[in-house]
Design a protein around this ligand. Structure first.
Ligand code: 6PG
Length: 248
């Protein structure tokens, strides 16, 4: 299966992160030229941290009209917002606390103390913002797990095929915290999905997802094919090590 979109390879995570920050700025600028708001959903994990830090630095920060930007998340762990595992905490410390975003423009996932209740609350927040039919997020950043998961859509999860709910609470992967995640259906309503994938530990999963046979139960990231949007894969050289040259 092909990636269903464009793959761009970078020498390292720094170059990948600069490209990702540039895409955020470009998409925000283009979107705000034709609409009043720009809605972005952030990923968790370690890979996007540098992208977030760069967005909070002058060359990128000073090119965005933050008053018109709204920040959402693709998933969240079932922990308090001040917990070191929180995706919200990661984004606040690396990015959101350093740009002039109105507080009401930040839409955290209330994943604690109940991921199931938090999923319903977040879905209600999304519907209040996007309307009742389609969560047309302008830009969603996603990561890729070494097992082929993205957001908190894990292999074999019962929510992989969900097409009514926009948001679901999911049990803990292994011994980790339970999660709240956008469903693949909701992610696929986005205008642009940008995967950020770095490190040799992701090489096998990346090859399976973008070049392997279609097995979305095993590799849930294969579910991400925006219905009427675009998808971009930003990968570093280590993660791209197993990919065919024809993809570039
Ligand atoms: C999360 C993310 C998750 C992450 C991947 C990759 O909440 O952890 O949403 O899907 O993107 O697990 O994580 P790393 O960037 O840390 O490798």
């Amino acid at each position: 299966m092909d990636a269903g979109g464009q793959i761009r390879s970078f020498p390292d995570l720094e170059a990948l992160s600069r490209a990702a920050a540039g895409i955020f700025v470009a998409e925000a600028t283009t979107s705000l030229a034709r609409q009043a708001r720009f809605a972005a959903a952030l990923s968790g994990g370690a890979t996007p941290r540098r992208t977030y830090e760069l967005l909070a630095t002058g060359p990128f920060r000073d090119r965005v009209n933050w008053q018109q930007v709204h920040i959402f998340w693709g998933d969240e762990r079932g922990v308090p917002p001040e917990d070191a595992r929180s995706n919200y905490r990661l984004a606040r410390r690396a990015f959101l606390d350093h740009v002039p975003l109105p507080p009401e423009n930040i839409h955290p996932i209330p994943a604690f103390p109940s991921v199931d209740l938090g999923a319903w609350k977040y879905e209600a927040d999304l519907k209040a913002f996007f309307g009742q039919t389609v969560p047309r997020v302008d830009l969603i950043f996603l990561g890729l797990g070494a097992d082929g998961h993205t957001a908190s859509l894990f292999p074999g999860s019962p929510v992989l095929g969900e097409e009514r709910r926009w948001v679901a609470g999911v049990p803990a992967p292994g011994q980790g915290a339970a999660r709240v995640t956008l469903t693949a259906w909701a992610i696929n309503r986005a205008a642009l999905v940008v995967f950020l994938v770095a490190g040799k530990d992701k090489a096998e999963a990346l090859k399976n997802v973008v070049e392997g046979p279609r097995e979305p139960q095993r590799f849930p990231a294969q579910l991400i094919r925006p219905a009427s949007g675009r998808i971009l894969w930003l990968v570093d050289r280590e993660a791209a090590g197993g990919l065919s040259a024809k993809l570039f």
